[in-house]
Structures are given as C-alpha cells and as structure tokens.
Design a binder for this molecule. Structure first.
Ligand SMILES: [Zn+2]
Length: 300
C-alpha cells in the first residue's frame, strides 16, 4: 500500500485557520470510499533530532525540541507544545517514509507534510520542520538518490525549500504560486508567480509547459510533489480560482508524467484552508485516489 498516516499528526492548536483534523478526515474518507482498509496505512516513526539536523541549525533544533519560544520558533504562527512538536515530527517522519516507500512502489503519499516555509534557522507560516528538505537529504545519504525535482503546487511560494537548495545543483525547486500573497519570496530554480484569480486553464498551461521542460532537461531521479489544496477558489488564505476538477487535472498531470517516465514520486498534501473543510478533504482525497489508481495500474 502507498498511504502513510500517523494519528500523531493531530494536535490541539486552539482556534486556528489551519484545519489540522483534515488528515484524519482524509484517512476516514479513503476507508469509507473503499480505497483502503484500516490496516492499509503505514505508520511512520517520528523524525529524530539527527534527521532535523540534516537541514536545521543546532540552535533552532535546540529551541524547537526544547519547546522554547524564541525569535527562531515564534514565526510559526502556531503555539508550541509537546503535542505540536510530535505532530511535526510525525509529519516529517511520514514524508521520509513516503519517499523511501516510493523507491519500491514508484508512488507513495504522506497524508500530511509539505512544510515548505520552514528555514534552517527558524520556523515560519505553520511550518516547524522542512520535511521536504529533510527527506531529500536522508534519501541522498541513505539511498544514494541524487537528483530531486521539487514540484511545489501549494498556493504559497516554497520559500524555505527554495532557500535551503539555492546553491544545490542536484535539487531543482519549482514553485507555482499566487504572486500577491504570503510569504516574502526566495528565489526557486523556477518560480511562476500567478496573478490573482488565475483559473484552471491558465494555471494548468503554465504548470504543464514548465514541468515538461524541467523534467526533460534536468532529468530527476526522484520527484517530490506538494499537492496543496489552497489554490482552490474558496480557500480562505488564497486568491487563485482553481476548481476541484482543475486541481484533479493538476494532480493527474503530475502523477501520470512521473509514471510515464518511471520516476519515483513522493506526494505530500501541504496546505488547504477552504471555507468548508469538506472541500479541502475532497481535494486531498482526489490526490490520494489518483495516486492509488496509478499505483494499481503499475501493479496489474
Ligand atoms: Zn499554502
């Protein structure tokens, strides 16, 4: 099976725009729709302090693991409790496991992860640990996978990831996002900053053209895909105008291209703050179902 899930990703964060219970709801919907059974989800280990140190500074790791509220941790815009720390370690462990699993199965999904705003020395924008970068460093060291293509389709720019790999020729960071929105941008290898209210057709045209160009020229060994649900037109933090069907087409394009090219694919859910959380869950569910259908087609 290809789904990674930990109950520990849920933590009490108080009244917050981030629907942290969405992961549970996605898992439940996969079971209700008979895509998966209760036993089909792989349970990740928590990321360790050594894992964090592959990317984060010693000072930051000390503050985060020690639950210290400092200039390094406070930009998370979240509280910091033991449960919240565990949530991020579980989400990061999930991304590591999803990527390792994808080396065997070609596709795997972490029902969590995508914390692309975390920098080496500080938290930012609901992100304490940069799980993408940690997983990349881990696979480079332990699995001898060299060239990574990060396809960041979250509404927001992947500023932390862009910064971490700014001088790294083995990691191509591609971010397609709403230009007039959080965060303060860093330079990715390729940024597509879209105008407010960009809809399905223009979004998909930019995504497809640039994805194909990078995949052809960079020739990655591995793709990490952030399938953010926040480009959705009814997102509370977003100003793009994609539909649920457009987001499904986006996912289908990325997954089918990786399958066609035989490139292992690790999928992370990333953001999603729809007015109705059911819409966010539907978008994430569709991503999981597509991944499942492609995986099944590979194993027929
Ligand atoms: Zn986002």
């Amino acid at each position: 099976m290809i789904f990674i899930y930990s109950d520990k990703v849920y933590a009490d964060i108080g009244e917050h725009v981030f629907p942290i219970h969405k992961y549970r709801l996605v898992r439940r919907k996969l079971i209700e729709e008979e895509i998966a059974t209760e036993d089909d989800f792989l349970n990740p280990e928590l990321a360790t302090e050594d894992d964090l140190l592959l990317v984060h500074t010693r000072e930051y790791v000390r503050d985060f693991m020690g639950l210290k509220w400092t200039h390094r941790t406070e930009r998370s815009e979240l509280p910091l409790t033991a449960d919240i720390r565990t949530s991020y370690l579980a989400g990061t462990g999930g991304t590591i496991l999803a990527c390792q699993k994808a080396l065997e199965t070609k596709i795997a999904v972490n029902i969590g992860g995508g914390f692309h705003h975390a920098f080496p020395d500080h938290a930012e924008g609901f992100c304490y640990t940069n799980d993408i970068a940690i997983a990349i460093r881990k696979l480079q060291r332990e699995n001898n996978i060299k060239r990574f293509f990060v396809v960041d389709c979250d509404l927001h720019q992947g500023n932390g990831t862009a910064y971490i790999f700014r001088d790294d020729d083995d990691v191509f960071t591609f971010s397609i996002h709403q230009e007039n929105n959080y965060p303060v941008k860093q330079r990715s290898d390729l940024d597509i900053g879209l105008a407010d209210r960009t809809g399905d057709a223009v979004y998909l045209a930019y995504l497809k053209k640039n994805f194909l160009k990078i995949a052809d020229n960079f020739v990655p060994d591995f793709v990490i895909y952030l399938a953010g649900a926040d480009p959705y037109k009814y997102d509370q933090l977003g100003g793009l105008s994609l539909t649920i069907e457009g987001l499904r087409e986006r996912d289908e394009f990325v997954i089918s291209e990786c399958v066609k090219r035989g490139i292992p694919l690790g999928i992370l859910l990333a953001g999603g703050y729809a007015i109705d959380t059911n819409d966010t869950v539907t978008i994430h569910f569709n991503t999981c179902k597509l991944a499942y259908d492609f995986w099944k087609s590979l194993n027929r």
